[in-house]
Write a new protein. Structure first.
Lengths: 313, 350
């Protein structure tokens, strides 16, 4: 075919086509904005419901350590502490493990068929409902950690972190269960980030004489850093907000206790536990707590953006 | 060719539509003889196993009538009932007057059954009735009594070999009517509890771990050596957790069972609005932790069929249904009470 005939094939687009195109682009715009609008809407509704508690307790809510519905005094510090610490434990355990498995799965240490199977199995972890993780936590993780907890308390009991004898449910089991729950997101996103790096990077590194060790840690991980950080942050987001599994294993104690072996509580676990029976100021305080959780996730995400930007520079 | 195909497809489609109409209209006719009625209720978790059993038994007898009960908690039950999203509500704490005022159609409170709250424990080698004095019970939940071999417990249990084991309190993590009844008793028997903690559906527990739901508390008590927790008897019974004999106001140690629960119910006279709380009853052989649990119905229903069905179901539950109560771990209502509740039921206009 010559150029002339193919040019003749291109016809001016009809007005209906143009209209369709335009309406499609507007539709996508509406969709994009409505996602943002839903977020704002949720924030506003939660904010309005939280207003009575905000007026009553102000910022003292963030430092108050008593949650007593009989006396109508509400403070969220124990739950804020619990939320942050349980997620931190989860990250401490999941980041090294997840990153290590991401490296193994993106490099050619293993035959491809085994790697594919492993990736599939890890992704399967994400498909397990959180209530199952909760029950697994009660019947497997808690008895398993009790021995370790007793040892920690016996030899490191002078540290405030291990100052109470383990009684079963508590911050440590919650952190461990969370770490396993966030592992798939972390691993899969980090692996994708590593695997999508251009192969030039790798061959370039080898051609200037880097060892494999140097290639992985000096070239590949820094290059995939933004992907890895976003994986970590997404998994942190899941850990902060996880409800069902946590509420089953954390012990639901609203007292502030620095020991990781003592029962604790998180914001989302508090809300799910108390919401159905709450009225008046208690309900409003739960909304306030939810708003605090909202703010924490927002701060975490902004922080992640800043880290990624700094590293890119 | 294509047109022909399309045409035949169209006629097939039309035929299908016609067929659907005929089938549905036939079914509609068949239904006409006995209309299907579905009632929706929600509320307390405490009586949920019994209610669900009742409604499924009733459904077996009258397949056209279905009652769906959601155990969402007493507070949520009252709220959903007030908003009119359910046909009836259920609560362990009877609705207060100002709550009743919010319901335009009027409210009829129906005590349907009574339940015993037991103190379950997990002490190695202590399989039967450990005795707990009033003071010991209060101090344990305040976190003041920390070891099972404490003299306060050992003194009243001279024959028991009590281990040097820390006491771990297990309570409900969510708000609950069971908690409200239990903390009311604690406030009565311990002035310190009343002052420091108070009573309510969710309180600021001085010590211990929280389990979700009666079943959550039961699971934790079974799992943790040295644990003690309060559980609705209906949930404790199938798990065979050892339960404590509690000291009542008259200074007797009483085992929780149907007889001692009925004695407790007898101490309080049901007023005309059928709302009564039995807190710390006094008398011979009275078990101190017993409560009625209520179903809330509207005085007037827009749908007369629903009103009629509700009355039928509740009447059945109050008569035939009571025979299932004991087996499920609840207290069958005394005949006198049943008559009173039936009289209240008659107030619903159908």
């Amino acid at each position: 075919m010559t150029a002339a005939t193919s040019n003749a094939d291109i016809q001016p687009r009809s007005s209906t086509d143009k209209l369709l195109d335009q309406s499609f682009s507007r539709l996508t715009l509406v969709c994009a904005f409505s996602v943002a609008a839903v977020l704002v809407w949720i924030a506003i509704v939660v904010g309005i419901q939280a207003l009575p508690a905000m007026q009553k307790f102000g910022l003292g809510f963030l430092t108050g350590t008593k949650w007593n519905s009989a006396k109508e005094t509400f403070g969220a510090l124990p739950m804020i502490y619990g939320t942050l610490v349980s997620s931190l434990i989860a990250l401490l355990l999941a980041v090294p493990t997840g990153l290590a498995s991401a490296i193994v799965l993106s490099e050619n240490f293993l035959p491809r068929s085994i790697r594919t199977t492993l990736v599939f199995l890890i992704e399967l972890l994400a498909a397990i409902p959180s209530i199952i993780y909760g029950f697994w936590g009660i019947f497997v993780v808690i008895p398993f950690l009790k021995g370790i907890g007793t040892w920690l308390h016996q030899y490191l009991g002078w540290l405030p972190l291990f100052s109470t004898p383990p009684i079963g449910p508590g911050m440590l089991p919650a952190g461990v269960v969370l770490s396993i729950m966030i592992l798939p997101i972390l691993t899969v996103l980090s692996r994708d980030a590593l695997a999508s790096l251009p192969s030039d990077l790798r061959s370039g590194a080898y051609s200037v004489g880097s060892t494999r060790w140097q290639t992985i840690f000096k070239i590949l991980i820094p290059a995939a850093f933004s992907g890895i950080v976003s994986g970590i942050m997404l998994s942190l987001g899941r850990a902060l907000g996880e409800t069902m599994a946590v509420t089953l294993v954390i012990g639901n104690s609203n007292d502030l206790n620095f020991s990781l072996l003592a029962p604790a509580n998180t914001i989302s676990s508090l809300v799910v536990s108390q919401f159905s029976e709450a009225t008046g100021l208690q309900k409003s305080s739960l909304m306030y707590a939810a708003l605090v959780l909202f703010a924490i996730t927002l701060i975490v995400n902004i922080w992640a953006l800043i880290i990624v930007r700094k590293v890119k520079q | 060719m294509i047109n022909q195909l399309l045409a035949s497809r169209r006629s097939l489609f039309l035929g299908l539509v016609l067929l659907t109409f005929t089938v549905t209209s036939c079914l509609g006719l068949a239904k006409g003889s006995e209309p299907n009625v579905t009632l929706i209720g929600s509320g307390a978790t405490f009586p949920a196993p019994l209610y669900q059993r009742w409604f499924s038994e009733y459904n077996k007898q009258k397949p056209a009538i279905q009652v769906a009960y959601q155990a969402v908690g007493s507070g949520a039950g009252i709220e959903q009932f007030t908003q009119g999203t359910v046909d009836f509500g259920a609560s362990d704490v009877a609705m207060k007057d100002d709550e009743i005022k919010k319901v335009k159609q009027g409210v009829v409170l129906l005590p349907m059954t009574a339940g015993t709250i037991v103190i379950g424990y997990n002490v190695p080698d202590q399989k039967t009735g450990l005795k707990l004095s009033r003071k010991a019970l209060g101090d344990i939940f305040l976190g003041k009594l920390q070891k099972w071999n404490d003299p306060a417990i050992a003194k009243v249990n001279p024959d028991a070999k009590l281990p040097d084991l820390p006491i771990i309190v297990v309570h409900r993590s969510e708000g609950s009517g069971t908690t409200a009844v239990f903390t009311k008793l604690l406030s009565k028997i311990s002035p310190e509890w009343k002052e420091k903690v108070g009573d309510g559906k969710a309180v600021d527990w001085p010590t211990g771990v929280g389990g979700r739901g009666n079943e959550g508390v039961a699971a934790l008590v079974q799992q943790i050596a040295g644990a003690i927790g309060y559980i609705e008897y209906g949930y404790a019974k199938p798990t065979k957790i050892p339960v404590a004999n509690l000291e009542n106001k008259s200074g007797q140690y009483v085992e929780p069972n149907t007889e001692s629960a009925l004695k407790a119910l007898a101490t309080a006279k049901l007023p005309d609005n059928l709302r009564v709380f039995i807190t710390d009853p006094e008398g011979e052989g009275v078990y101190p932790l017993v409560t009625y649990t209520w179903i809330m119905a509207q005085k007037q229903y827009e749908d007369k069929v629903k009103a009629k069905t509700l009355k039928e179901v509740m009447t059945w539950s109050l008569t035939e249904g009571q025979k299932l109560s004991e087996e499920m771990g609840y207290v069958p209502l005394p005949q006198q009470t049943v008559e009173k509740v039936k009289a209240a039921l008659a107030k619903i206009q159908a």
